[in-house]
Every structure is written in structure tokens, then in C-alpha cells.
Design a protein around this ligand. Sequence first.
Ligand SMILES: [Cu+2]
Length: 279
Amino acid sequence: MSSLALINEFLGQPPNASSHGYQIDHILEFCHWFMGALFLGWSAFFIFVLIRFRKRRQPGADHLGVRSGISTHLEFSVVLIEAVLLLGFAIPLWAKRVNQFPPGKEALVVHVVAQQFSFNYHLPGPDGQFGRRDVSFVSNSNPLGLDPNDPAGKDDIVTLGELHVPVNRPVIAELSSKDVIHDYFLPAMRIAGDAIPGSLIPIWFTPIKTGTYEVICAQLCGLGHYGMKGTLVVDTPADYEAWLKERAELAGTQSAPAPGAPKTENKPPQPAASPSPGG
Ligand SMILES: [Cu+2]
């Protein structure tokens, strides 16, 4: 593993923190060494051609060029090898990754809703059920448009910019967007997925190290794209429970304000990071 980290470190990759990440690192490492070998090979061939076909040795141009059929065979072989690599290896490996999701019971499911220029998170709360969302309920204090009349949504947790997950448990993040195409990228988890309006795109990973990791948007989505950063905190199970409890209490005070309490107190949990047009 340590020898593998050579090129990845050079490329600026943060250390891997997910269970499948070493496979990504491995293929990145392999591809770069392979490209290095190709670069050396082609450079040597280029220098050979420069010397072999120099003007002194070849004073007149040859308009017929190569007469043997070897290049046709070579090109056909390259197409064949690449087809085998793509159809025989790359696509089945990718299918394994996108078709075999961890079972819903075992995994933590979270909705990630992107907007210009932040990521919102929606968790089902203690009842394990996501409340209904509708665009007509969207407001500054209700960025995801949770239906206030849906009992399943009463204990739901909505956070902005920061998500906590427990270590060693698969996380399924269902990506969607409120406005334009974003890309939810967790570099340390070696996973990314486009967040597209009107689509629900699931990605999954299993964090294996506790810590605080960067979340970025990997799709040029507007003027505030550069600032579309967030935090993923991988907690121990006990810390995660504590965070959930804290959030659930906040959610409780949000959905059921004390009688007579002014509505303006219904602020998102992290007012400092509230969405502002123009980022
Ligand atoms: Cu974005």
C-alpha cells in the first residue's frame, strides 16, 4: 500500500478513508505508471524517427509511404484489446459498484440536496421515515420544502453544509438538486456523483476512519462554485448517536414551535451557512 501512495500523493490525493478507496487508488496508480511507460516508449520512437528519416539520409519525399499492411493489423489489434478491456473488465467492474448496493437496513440512507451554493442533508430521524417534500413549501427556514402536515417528517433532520455519519457503516447518499447540475464529491471517500435536477442518483461508500473530511462540488455550477464546500464528519457510533440526538432535539423545536413563539425563530440549524443567492 505504501508504495502505491507514491503517485497518488504527487497528484494531491488526500489519504483514503473508505473501504473501497484502495481499489480506486490502485487503478489510478496503475494507470499513471502505464501512461509513464507509454510516454517513454513514444518519446523513444519519436527520437528514432527524427534520426532515421532525417533530411540528409532521405533527401526526397516518398509519396507512396508505407506499403506493407502491418499498420492495419496493428490498429485492428489495438481496437480489439481496448474492446476487451472495456467490455470485459471496466463495464462489469463498474456495474458491480453501481448495482450491488448494501441492503437498506444495514446502510444509513441520507438525501443530499444540492443548491447554489451549498449541500443540504435530509435524514429520516428516529422513526426511520423520510417526510414528504414539496417545492411549494420551500422557504428560507425550510430549505428542502418539508411538508409540515406529514407526521413522518416531524422528526426529520435537516442540516446545511455538515453531515455526520458513523464509522464502519455503509452510507447511501441519494443525490438531487434544486437548481442546476452539481457534483457531490467526497475526495477522501473516493466517491462522487452528479446531483441533477429531477433525478435521484444514489452513491454509496463505507467510511473506515473517523475524522473530518472535505466535501466539494465537482461540477462548475455557477459563480459561487468555488465556495461550495462542506464537511463530512465520520464519528464513532457513540458520537454519532449524540449528534443525532442533538439534531433531533433541534428538529423537534423547529417543527413544533411553542404557542405564541414568533415564526422567525424557525431558523436552519446553522444560520451562519444559510443559503444566500449569489453564494
Ligand atoms: Cu455546485
